[in-house]
Design a protein around this ligand. Sequence first.
Ligand SMILES: NC(=O)c1ccc[n+]([C@@H]2O[C@H](COP(=O)([O-])OP(=O)(O)OC[C@H]3O[C@@H](n4cnc5c(N)ncnc54)[C@H](OP(=O)(O)O)[C@@H]3O)[C@@H](O)[C@H]2O)c1
Length: 276
Amino acid sequence: MKLAEKIGFIGGGKMAEALIKGILDVELVNADQIMVADPDLSRRDLLKKSFSVAVSADGNDIVKKSEVVILAVKPQVMGKLLDQLNKSIGKEHLLISIAAGIPISFIEGSLAGSGCRVVRVMPNTPALIQQGASALSPGSRVKDNDLEIARSIFDAIGISLVLDEVYLDAVTGLSGSGPAYVFTFIESLIDAGLKVGLSRQVAMDLVLQTISGSVNLIRESGEDPALLRAMVTSPGGTTIAGLHEFEKAGFRGIVMNAVEAATLRSRELGACLSQK
Ligand SMILES: NC(=O)c1ccc[n+]([C@@H]2O[C@H](COP(=O)([O-])OP(=O)(O)OC[C@H]3O[C@@H](n4cnc5c(N)ncnc54)[C@H](OP(=O)(O)O)[C@@H]3O)[C@@H](O)[C@H]2O)c1
């Protein structure tokens, strides 16, 4: 798939950089179809040098020249940014927001009368190495073609799926915050290796390969993780001794509580913004 549209990024930070790298790598667009607005000269220089894209300090300038506008700024500055861009955004624009916790209603409300179409996306940090998981939710005026364009952009940095916005808080709690849970589990396993006498390096090498190998085994076998777990758990063996400790501490309940707490926090933050 090749897009004919010009894509303007508002905010040229880490996520914008990952998206630009991904879409150029898969040749979704040419570099001359990408423009970036960022107030930071060093970010503009870096993006221009790395990807040969056009850059500007002026967001309105970029919006006027783009058909697809990707809002890649921190959530805290989104209200002010939408006020600034209001005069340039019209019904010709497909707006894609990746700002965590900002509801579609907030963006549509801030740009009332513009007629633009809005897609909200929740990506996650593995997007930085093109292995992200992104959930996309269409706003009230979005057409099928808009969603296809948005998906093609996020498929370039991993996998994407389309969900109703009511599920985006759950997505935030699961895959948005998910890398932090996995990093914590990995850290804990490495420390556990040290506890049983292995060096940090040996523990790190073994843990990383065990995690990535287990993920690949699930993918390649197509088996349920529960079955694969049962296959390595022999009666009276070492694995069941270890798993018994997980169960005594309520491991599964802890994981469910963590995802639920993050989901509720995301909902709370979104509700605060909706009331502003
Ligand atoms: N990083 C992730 O893994 C991740 C995951 C999920 C969602 N997100 C969402 O993605 C968005 C971007 O995150 P990020 O990690 O890329 O943040 P970031 O690295 O801080 O990038 C944001 C960039 O936007 C610039 N900016 C601020 N105000 C602007 C304006 N008015 N016009 C144009 N550019 C402006 C910032 O410049 P200054 O630094 O000079 O202010 C900064 O360079 C956030 O909303 C975040 O919630 C990120």
